[in-house]
Design a protein around this ligand. Structure first.
Ligand SMILES: Nc1ncnc2c1ncn2[C@@H]1O[C@H](COP(=O)(O)OP(=O)(O)OP(=O)(O)O)[C@@H](O)[C@H]1O
Length: 423
């Protein structure tokens, strides 16, 4: 009897497609030999963090670049190398990776760093999840940092999502202001908004944005190389020859986004597996592209209220039915009113719709520009959808309250195709 004979037949124990799917997970940190084309950026991050190896204060650093250009990968990878180098000299370096999209208040950022760094046996303190004011969380953070580390590296991803820059001011000057005495803190701020430092107060800017680093998008060849280095996520012979080049080409269409490339490849494998295919083909890749885009858009709008979805639907219809790409608030508002009536929603004021458009701009769902120059505010802003309208529509219609729009949409399409009832 083989070892597998007594296993529960309800489950699968072999995976015909993936040898190690974790290599394609977004949280996976690939080793240095799998990192492609970022030597210069790695060196710059290493230069900024170098003092930490000897227990001294690292330089703060800002990293900019579009989605999927390796900003968090390089920050985490170099930080980990700093930690292991420092350990050789008995220097303790710890790091906290904070997603400011999820933790955007001063108290939650401070609490999270303190919880990551703290070892109650060494510091003699605890960092409770709730119940302390911001000031007390700071006190515990300084204690934890002083007792448990020589250097703390704080990586703030999506730093532009922070409610205000107070936390940056205090963290960046902790040593200078003698909040901590036996230890130091280095900050790496990551953002895809290159104009982010313009929004910081002068004091924070002067202490933080001395060192800036820009990550440019990958070209299709680099994306091919990145994917080739993860080919062992699949069993030998599973990927058809055209899968990696096609995935790279599709991911390079907007800008060279490695996150999208890896997501498409993983989804292609999953789709093949679901269909009981043992080879991943170009067709799986095309389906995977659509799924990846829909998933990503869904993630962006998941928490949005139904009114915001109705407004986005209005912008989607306008985009679909016109050769224009940008629309003024007023035009979107008129279309929204129509949709709100169809859905039996209360009709919001134009001012409120304008605010919601602004929020969606902040969430990177749409892009708003004021007429003339600068980021969009106010009644004269124009708004553009950042995703393919057919994907947006599909995702918005997943919301049951918006589903009636699907019938209206189908009827419109029939009419415009001339297949509606003839007189
Ligand atoms: N140069 C590279 N070599 C190998 N893999 C890479 C490279 N750049 C990015 N990746 C992979 O692409 C994915 C996205 O990278 P990462 O999260 O670092 O991008 P990012 O610029 O921080 O994006 P975002 O702004 O969306 O957070 C990760 O799975 C990462 O491992």
């Amino acid at each position: 009897m083989s070892a597998n004979d007594d296993r529960d037949p309800l489950f699968r124990y072999d995976d015909p497609v993936f040898a190690d799917e974790r290599l394609l997970e977004i949280t996976h940190l690939p080793g240095p030999d799998r990192i492609v084309g970022r030597d210069e950026q790695m060196q710059r991050v290493a230069d900024a963090l170098n003092p930490a190896i000897f227990g001294s204060e690292p330089n703060h650093l800002f990293i900019f670049g579009k989605t999927g250009t390796g900003k968090s990968l390089i920050s985490r990878s170099v930080t980990k190398r700093v930690i292991s180098e420092a350990r050789r000299d008995d220097v303790t370096v710890k790091y906290a990776f904070i997603d400011c999209g999820e933790q955007n208040t001063e108290a939650s950022v401070i609490k999270t760093i303190a919880q990551i760094v703290n070892e109650p046996d060494r510091s003699g303190i605890s960092v409770p999840d709730r119940g302390l004011g911001t000031g007390d969380y700071y006190k515990r953070l300084w204690q934890a940092v002083d007792h448990c580390t020589d250097v703390t590296i704080v990586i703030l991803d999506e730093i532009d999502m922070l409610e205000d820059d107070e936390v940056l001011r205090k963290l960046s000057r902790a040593g200078e202001n003698r909040r901590i005495s036996d230890s130091s803190i280095g900050i790496i701020g990551i953002s895809n908004k290159i104009d982010f430092p313009d929004h910081l107060s002068e004091r924070v800017k002067s202490s933080l944005s001395r060192d800036e680093l820009v990550f440019s998008p990958y070209d299709a060849n680099q994306l091919v190389e990145i994917l080739e280095k993860r080919r062992d996520a699949f069993h030998d012979g599973v990927l058809s020859d055209d899968v990696i080049p096609l995935t790279a080409a599709l991911a390079a269409q907007e800008h060279g986004d490695a996150r999208k490339a890896i997501d498409i490849l993983r989804n292609a494998g999953r789709i093949a597996k679901k269909q009981n295919d043992t080879r991943v083909t170009a067709e799986h890749v095309r389906d995977a592209k659509e799924k990846t885009e829909a998933d990503r858009f869904n993630e962006l709008i998941e928490g949005s209220p139904q009114q915001a979805k109705a407004i986005l639907y209005a912008l989607t219809l306008l985009t679909e039915n016109s050769s224009e790409k940008e629309f003024p608030t007023k035009i979107i508002y008129n279309q929204y009113k129509e949709i709100a009536r169809q859905l039996d929603f209360d009709v919001l004021s134009e001012r409120r719709v304008q605010e919601i458009l602004q929020e969606q701009n902040f969430l990177n769902v749409i892009q708003s520009e004021r007429e003339g120059r600068g980021r969009g505010r106010g009644a004269h802003a124009k708004h553009r959808l950042l995703e393919n309208p057919s994907i947006v529509k599909k995702v918005l219609l997943r919301d049951a309250r918006l589903a009636p729009l699907e019938d209206a949409d189908a009827a419109d399409r029939e009419d415009s195709a001339g297949t509606g009832p003839q007189p």
